[in-house]
Ligand binder design. Structure first.
Ligand SMILES: *[C@@H]1O[C@H](CO)[C@@H](O)[C@H](O)[C@H]1NC(C)=O
Ligand SMILES: *[C@@H]1O[C@H](CO)[C@@H](O)[C@H](O)[C@H]1NC(C)=O
Length: 216
């Protein structure tokens, strides 16, 4: 009996934790974001449902290639709640990613989303790194039509390993996944993280840290 109660408590607890770890379930059919509201809530305020139309649930333009002329050689075109107000409270969004040959989507994490990615054109080397203490790299080369999942919060990247432009489409389990690009966060913060901290953290000379900070 006591064991059963303990088991039930554990099950109840784990469901409770699941509810906290992911976006809350909608309490109505939809809650199209009212971008004119100044109210501060977790997510966005709902537009009056009577004034909502098909355009609130639609976005156009993912057929257009992103401009990859930048140091990464890649471009992410997001369709999150900012671009598509109808995504508010639905816990999902998507992106198109374009890659020039050898272009990278640099190591980054999404603090609020798991990502599932499919290659539409070309071939991509993709990978993510598990958390401490193993920091194991899980990596694979994907061809057109292949699908890969990046678990929530883990550092991941992609690289175009083909000789032509590559395209991927990815879905993310948040209306607003957030992006933390590792290099920009660590070496490009405003103001800078102290060079002494980074020199010790990365076990390099402070001048190396300075060079990196100058790039971001
Ligand atoms: C792509 O971006 C580069 C660098 O910002 C810019 O010079 C170029 O005009 C852009 N190309 C297009 C087609 O917009
Ligand atoms: C590379 O891409 C990331 C994510 O889009 C961006 O934050 C970063 O500034 C880019 N890095 C460079 C050197 O352009």
């Amino acid at each position: 009996m006591a064991n059963n109660i303990l088991l039930l408590s554990l099950v109840a607890l784990s469901f409770g934790l699941l509810a906290y770890a992911f976006e809350p379930s909608p309490l109505q059919d939809f809650c199209v974001a009212d971008t004119t509201s100044s109210a501060r809530v977790n997510g966005q305020v709902c537009k009056n449902p009577n004034s909502v139309g098909a355009n609130d649930f639609s976005f156009s333009g993912l057929h257009l290639p992103g401009n990859t002329s930048n140091p990464n050689g890649s471009r992410v075109t997001p369709v999150s709640v900012i671009q598509l107000a109808g995504l508010n409270t639905l816990g999902i969004s998507m992106v198109r990613i374009d890659y020039a040959p050898w272009g990278i989507n640099p190591p980054h994490t999404h603090p609020r989303a798991t990502e599932i990615l499919t290659v539409i054109e070309g071939s991509l080397e993709v990978g993510f790194v598990t958390s401490n203490p193993d920091n194991r790299l899980i990596t694979k080369t994907l061809q057109k039509g292949d699908v890969f999942v990046f678990p929530i919060g883990l550092v991941h990247f992609q690289r175009n390993v083909g000789t032509v432009n590559a395209i991927a489409i990815a879905a993310l389990s948040s209306q607003n996944p957030g992006v933390i690009t590792i290099a920009n966060a660590v070496f490009g913060s405003k103001p800078d993280v102290s060079g002494d901290v980074l020199a010790k953290a990365f076990q390099v000379d402070k001048s190396v840290v300075g060079q990196l900070q100058a790039k971001f």
